[in-house]
Design a protein around this ligand. Structure first.
Ligand code: DGL
Length: 280
């Protein structure tokens, strides 16, 4: 913490947490923002629950020791729905997780049919089932798990073209499922998906409301930290696979990150500055 400015560490498997970071940056608080992408392990949506429960708290614990944030945001539904309690137990700073926006989706739907778009792991989690039972028991929830959309978002932020055939196939998977032709609200329960929200909406078979959790997370962060009004400032971005840092430079540079770091392997997860010029 410098000059009383609170520091927030935003964590995801890849670039998805940038959708949450953008919402925090837009909330008008003078915060310092650090970012960690565990991109050596991407995609989390295809990893086992046990592996994520072991890795995520250990990685966060090490980064918190090194960067000393005041608060950690697990900006990843796949990690939050399985490892949030373990992350909280491993850390002494507050931890905010992101959960599928089932509750607001249930409040908004007029047809009574909600689309749940998430990773293959999140759609089948007990945590997700509990949310549906609690907030959408009288609705129909059409679930679709996609890792291909995570990959599309990663590629987009590396400056690659979005593959419209894959996008269309994934949208058919959601809207072509039983009940899918009545979906009027889609809960984006993976932080990568708001980064391709326009592409999703343009490809979808129906006009829908697309809901994400970014603003809710930003409000929660604001409630937990006493922060001055002002502009947020991005600081360090660390990657467990530093080889893609150059390709991602534009996306991170656009958000004001100047210090790019490589994070070493388990168990130390040592942070080392990367000599990457991200201002191309
Ligand atoms: N961004 C992550 C989420 O919110 C998942 C991406 C992945 O599968 O790694 O679920």
């Amino acid at each position: 913490m410098v000059n009383g400015v609170k520091r927030v560490l935003v964590f995801d498997s890849g670039v998805g947490g940038l959708s949450v970071l953008d919402a925090i940056a837009a909330s008008g608080l003078a915060l310092e923002l650090d970012y960690v992408a565990d991109n050596a392990w991407l995609p989390y949506g295809l990893k086992s629950d046990a592996d994520l429960r072991a890795r995520v708290p250990a990685l966060l614990h090490s980064i918190v020791q090194q960067w000393r944030p005041d608060l950690v945001v697990v900006a990843c539904n796949t990690a939050s729905t399985i490892a949030l309690d373990a992350a909280r137990a491993a850390l002494t700073v507050p931890v905010v997780g992101v959960v599928p926006p089932i509750k607001p989706a249930a409040a908004l739907t007029r047809t009574g049919v909600i689309g749940l778009l998430a990773t293959p792991a999140t759609v089948r989690r007990a945590y997700t089932n509990d949310l549906i039972t609690q907030f959408a028991a009288d609705k129909r929830v059409v679930r679709f798990g996609s890792s291909a959309l995570v990959d599309i978002a990663e590629r987009k932020l590396r400056g690659e073209a979005v593959d419209s055939a894959i996008l269309a196939a994934e949208m058919r998977g959601l809207f072509g499922a039983p009940g899918g032709n009545e979906i009027d609200v889609v809960a984006l329960a993976c932080t990568h998906f708001p980064l391709i929200a326009d592409e999703l909406a343009n490809t979808a078979q129906r006009a829908c409301v697309w809901l994400d959790s970014g603003e809710a997370i930003a409000r929660r962060v604001g409630n937990l930290l006493i922060a001055e009004k002002g502009a947020a400032r991005a600081r360090h971005a660390g990657f467990t696979d530093g080889t893609v840092a150059y390709a991602l430079g534009r996306a991170f540079n656009a958000r004001g990150f100047s210090k790019i770091a490589a994070i070493g392997p388990t168990p130390a997860f040592d942070v080392a500055p990367l000599g990457v010029n991200v201002s191309h």
